[in-house]
Design a protein around this ligand. Structure first.
Ligand code: ATP
Length: 268
């Protein structure tokens, strides 16, 4: 580790760092902040979920890490360098996969490369095939998006985000359009992929149980202006499975977060 690497209180390297981050979209002094005073260090290859009431600024934080938005207060940095422009090294997965309907699944996965460089190589195609296989999509690689279920389309979106092998994976309510069973399964699939291809993940969700099931830590935000209510360590063993959901500790953690969300002024 070089001496440029910031260390947080636990002695681990901070990969993504937010220091005193605040933002308002409307710069007029009388308008309220959207997020305020956010301090967070995310370690390399850590899985951090963000939960909080609608409108508290979760997506705003994610856009800041991607460099799509520069905070009006404080600083976001990645590996000790301030984020000042859109980053190339992030993969983003949204609620909808937004696949191009006229391209096959494989070509959709390769599309960002084609768009960026005008071409892709045989080794890119090999990597696309490997990722599709890991996501259980090999037999759908030559199908058109409308031949796939919503869960499969979302898997394609994840594979597409991973193709460029980004170090940071930003996921904004990626499974919220899926039915409960598919959602749980794709969560486990995501954990398998994350294990094989470690990434630093920032995962926004409205589902408290999903946050607990998937993540290493959970940032709980207050209602607008979004501030940090708590940063909860999820000390559940990995690999996580359906058994995890039935464990007493899982219930304790979800209850604790529910306490914050439903009684935000009362310490949990
Ligand atoms: N581009 C923008 N211009 C102006 N206001 C915005 C913009 N984007 C978001 N906002 C406002 O900022 C606040 C936070 O929005 P954001 O989408 O970050 O919250 P969120 O916690 O992700 O919400 P949700 O859970 O409903 O998706 C909201 O009040 C929203 O209306």
């Amino acid at each position: 580790m070089d001496n440029q690497t910031p260390i947080n209180d636990n002695g681990k390297a901070a990969y993504v760092s937010m220091k005193g981050v605040g933002h308002k979209y409307d710069p007029r002094p009388e308008t309220p902040m959207v997020v305020q005073d956010i301090n967070l260090d995310i370690h390399r290859h850590e899985f951090v979920a963000v939960v909080g009431p609608s409108g508290c600024g979760k997506s705003t934080l994610l856009r800041m890490v991607a460099g799509l938005l520069i905070p009006s207060h404080g600083q976001v940095s990645v590996f000790n360098l301030p984020v000042t422009e859109p980053r190339d090294d992030v993969g983003i997965v949204f609620q909808k996969a937004n696949l191009l309907p006229w391209l096959t699944v494989r070509k959709n996965v390769l599309f960002p490369l084609k768009h960026k460089y005008g071409r892709y190589s045989a080794s890119d195609e090999k990597r696309a095939n490997e990722l599709l296989e890991m996501a259980g999509l090999t037999q759908f690689a030559d199908k058109m998006p409308d031949e796939l279920s919503g869960g499969m389309q979302q898997r394609v979106g994840i594979v597409r985000a991973l193709l460029l092998n980004p170090d940071i994976l930003l996921m904004d309510e990626p499974f919220s359009a899926l039915d409960a069973l598919t959602r749980e399964q794709i969560g486990f699939d995501l954990l398998d992929i994350w294990k094989e291809h470690p990434k630093t993940v920032l995962f926004i969700t409205h589902s408290i149980s999903e946050a607990v099931l998937l993540s290493d830590r959970i940032l709980v935000m207050s209602k607008r202006p979004g501030t940090v209510l708590d940063l909860i360590e999820v000390d559940l063993p990995r690999p996580r499975s359906s058994k995890t959901i039935n464990s007493p500790r899982f219930a304790e953690l979800t209850d604790k977060i529910r306490g914050y969300i439903y009684e935000p002024n009362v310490p949990a």
